[in-house]
Design a protein around this ligand. Structure first.
Ligand code: SF4
Length: 247
């Protein structure tokens, strides 16, 4: 099993204990006041922090992931690691097979490289539509997004209103740093995606993710052929714009 102990050991970041405490309070509040609630895990490092907090504390928040059909094997391996570590099976949501077949037939298996529109169409089929099914019937959903991940997430709030899906949306790690995330994973020996140790700080579908070079933005390897402003998959976008509603 891949664990955080294979990395250089981090010292506790300044203010970490307070951020962790606030995150735990937020998760408990979601479970108590917004039930039923679900956590949308992409199985990335941030999501493993939330997975560990939710499952170890037996917080009443379900966990699901979107199995797009194009995920790297290392990401799929995390599903098994979670099952072995916590005895928990993350619920998977799959794209509509007919929609995938039509896209591949008409736009090509990798048509997303040709334009932002075709890329978003693929994300719509493989991620956004399944996400709608995963969120249906819930009062809130939780993500592992952080402000410092990219320019498109710089104004992220801990609590937002997802108007598109008609429910509350929580980003309990909004003010966490990357060091916070890795410090937590190390301290609690949480399993994580092996690609994180191969130059992939941010991981999505295999054909749309590459390793980054030292000094590059941590999301530079996602849809690397596009401009930074367009680099969202539609999961956190409404009517073509990021939705940010103040608490
Ligand atoms: S990340 Fe790439 S392969 Fe995955 S759904 Fe979006 S365009 Fe398709």
């Amino acid at each position: 099993m891949t664990q955080a102990t294979t990395r250089n050991t981090l010292n506790e970041p300044a203010g970490f204990a307070q951020r962790l405490n606030e995150t735990q309070i937020t998760l408990a509040r979601i479970a108590n006041a917004f039930s039923p609630a679900v956590f949308a895990s992409s199985l990335a490092a941030e999501d493993m922090v939330l997975t560990d907090l939710i499952l170890k504390n037996k917080t009443n928040i379900g966990i699901f992931s979107l199995e797009t059909g194009r995920l790297p094997v290392e990401t799929l391996n995390v599903l098994e690691q979670v099952k072995q570590t916590y005895g928990y099976q993350i619920k998977l949501f799959y794209p509509n097979p007919a929609a995938v077949a039509a896209y591949v037939e008409n736009k090509g298996l990798n048509g997303f490289y040709e334009s932002v529109e075709l890329r978003k169409e693929c994300c719509q089929i493989r991620k956004v539509e399944p996400l709608g099914r995963a969120l249906a019937g819930n009062k809130a959903w939780v993500t592992g997004q952080r402000r410092s991940q990219s320019s498109t997430r710089a104004s992220l709030d801990v609590q937002e209103q997802d108007e598109a899906h008609g429910l509350a949306k929580f980003n309990p790690l909004a003010d966490w740093s990357e060091d916070d995330v890795w410090y937590y994973l190390q301290q609690h020996k949480v399993p994580y995606n092996a690609l994180h140790d191969q130059g992939y700080p941010s991981i999505g579908c295999a054909p749309c993710t590459r390793a980054i070079q030292p000094g590059e933005d941590i999301r530079a390897g996602r849809w690397w052929w596009e401009t930074p402003e367009s680099k969202e998959c539609g999961l956190h976008v409404v009517d073509g714009k990021l939705v940010r509603i103040q608490k």
